[in-house]
Design a protein around this ligand. Structure first.
Ligand code: TRP
Length: 419
């Protein structure tokens, strides 16, 4: 592993939880089927075999395959672009970082979903996939404590997607407000592929394949989590005999295959961009990226318009400068800044902007430095190893879930081996 992540002792192997019988499933550890991760990739990365179900020795990083007994978390990002910004940080990444110790975390790169809008650009999706893993590592997500999941290599997700698609009406999917907003903001009109609305069902499978308790996401994803909860409830009621009066929190206890997961929103629901109007977003050009240089950060903050007539005029507390101070400067100091602005004393915006810039730079400088380390051939290797190890661990969990789900649906005709 790279020195960029703090090593932690490996988790002690422990038996799988008793509620998850392994007998219906065997993940091969003897003759793994090598899959080319790169092949003739136009990204220029070296071809390395990706093993599903290989032995620990074959698994390069040799992270332990033991099942954790901690409650699980799943969340993910779609590699339609790279370049995380402060909005991502306060919306979800910060929660992921905080929860890495208490929870068994699964972080998913939704590279199949990326094809819903970028099907003609597989090389971009591939490059973005690698880029997202680098971003995560740079932020401090730790593949030794958490599992990085490459969606396209987890067959159980695709299978669950099909099964779940029977549990939700077409019209309900089409009314999903997150999908509707995306259709609008991305200008998809009525030309989007069938797979586009299907990805919302796919997201239910991404989540439920790992049977997590929590899903840390930004506000914009709440509708998807709601849909996922509906699907899980329906499944448990239809196939596991869970009564319709059972509270969502009691579903697993009542015999449901799926615990009903809850969304966990970030500390700041909607981070304003430097334009002071819109939510921070790469496409709107109002974002401060986690990998901007110190100078770029300061320049972007300096561009915020406060609209004050003189240095003693009050400031609108909804102004981007104040909102960003609220997000990145300690609360007592923000209270002081606001009081000074309100008092009619002379307050130079430039001083406050410099203070905000320094606070943001202090937060992101270590990330920027770590990110640079991954922009090397060795860095690329670390990323590919992390993906390979993650796939192996993720398939173990997802295959168990699928076996349980198929059993509940009376589809347990055969046992199967991935590998
Ligand atoms: N749709 C999410 C986004 O665009 C990414 C995602 C895919 C996801 N699968 C997920 C998020 C499962 C949480 C859980 O940001």
């Amino acid at each position: 592993m790279s020195s960029a992540t703090t090593p932690t002792p490996p988790t002690k192997p422990s038996p799988p939880p008793s509620s998850v019988p392994l007998r219906a499933l065997s993940v091969s550890t003897s003759s793994p089927r090598p899959l080319r991760l790169c092949g003739e990739s136009s990204s220029g990365l070296p071809a390395r075999p990706l093993l599903i179900g290989g032995t620990d020795e074959q698994c390069h990083g040799a992270y332990p395959l033991a099942m954790s007994t901690k409650p699980r978390i799943l969340t993910g990002d779609t590699p339609t672009s790279t370049g995380l910004h402060l909005g991502h940080f306060v919306g979800s990444l910060e929660n992921r970082l905080k929860l890495q110790d208490e929870y068994d975390c699964y972080f998913l790169i939704a590279n199949v979903h990326a094809f819903t809008t970028l099907s003609e650009k597989p090389a971009d999706i591939r490059a973005n996939t690698i880029g997202i893993v680098k971003d995560w590592l740079a932020v401090g997500l730790d593949p030794k404590r958490s599992t990085f999941v490459l969606q396209s290599e987890i067959p159980a997700i695709a299978e669950l997607t099909f099964l779940f698609a029977m549990l939700i009406s077409f019209n309900k999917v089409m009314r999903n407000p997150t999908l509707k907003t995306e259709i609008e903001t991305k200008g998809l009109g009525d030309t989007y592929p069938f797979g586009f609305p299907m990805y919302a069902v796919g997201q239910c499978a991404d989540i439920l394949a790992f049977r997590p308790e929590l899903v840390p996401v930004g506000e914009d994803q709440e509708a998807h989590i709601e849909m996922c909860r509906d699907v899980a409830v329906k499944f448990n009621q239809l196939y596991c005999g869970v009564g319709n009066r059972v509270e969502p929190k009691d579903h697993a206890k009542a015999g449901g295959v799926f615990p009903i997961p809850a969304a966990k929103l970030g500390r700041v629901a909607r981070l304003v961009g430097t334009d002071g109007v819109n939510k921070m977003s790469k496409s709107l050009g109002n974002a401060i990226f986690l990998y901007d240089t110190e100078k770029q950060v300061q320049k972007k903050i300096n561009s915020i318009v406060t609209g004050r007539a003189t240095a003693t005029s009050p400031i609108d507390e909804k102004n981007a400068l104040i909102q960003l101070c609220e997000a990145f400067i300690p609360a007592d100091r923000v209270a002081e800044i606001k009081a000074n602005y309100a008092s009619g004393k002379e307050v130079m915006d430039g001083h406050i902007k410099a203070e905000l810039g320094a606070a943001i730079n202090a937060l992101i400088s270590p990330m920027r430095e770590r990110r640079a380390k991954y922009e090397t051939p060795e860095g690329e290797q670390v990323v590919l190893d992390v993906i390979r190890d993650g796939v192996k661990r993720a398939n173990k969990v997802a295959e168990e879930t699928l076996a349980e789900a198929k059993k509940a649906m009376k589809l347990d005709f055969l046992t199967r081996t991935i590998g």
